[in-house]
Design a protein. Structure first.
Length: 141
């Protein structure tokens, strides 16, 4: 699992995940087909839904409902609002991510349900969410 687009300006309380500054990705040109890439990003498998709205951390020009929600293609993981940053700024993205998208002809590949669940649990832990062992059905004795 590889993280893409988790910039420290988006979350100051988790330096382990939000390491890179968006300034490193902004203004360098994407070198990719922004419309195809943002469409790919929007079609990922949702693995963590967050109902808050996020605000553009570069200049405040847009908002994204559920922007900090997380999606995956089984290999890479990104936030919902990354597509808006691609649309507005053509942020520089990792070559390995762009190569993977192109190899899949800009279509999110089919991923087994078990793999998506594994990624979801890993991302949840990484972002500080914990499973409550008391939640869910209980057997009555």
């Amino acid at each position: 699992m590889e993280l893409v687009g988790f910039y420290r300006e988006m979350e100051s309380n988790n330096a382990e995940v939000y390491k890179e500054s968006i300034a490193n990705a902004y203004g360098r040109g994407g070198g990719y087909e922004a419309t195809l890439v943002s469409s790919y990003l929007r079609s990922g498998y949702p693995i963590l839904d967050v109902t808050e709205s996020t605000v553009d951390v570069i200049d405040g020009s847009f908002r994204v409902p559920g922007g900090s929600s997380v999606l995956t293609d089984g290999r890479f993981v990104w936030r919902e609002d990354l597509a808006a940053y691609v649309d507005h700024y053509s942020l520089s993205l990792p070559d390995s991510f762009l190569d993977y998208i192109r190899e899949n002809n800009f279509k999110v590949p089919n991923v087994a349900r078990e793999n998506i669940l594994d990624v979801s649990l890993s991302v949840g832990r990484l972002l500080g969410f914990h499973t409550d062992s008391g939640a869910g059905p209980r057997n009555s004795a």
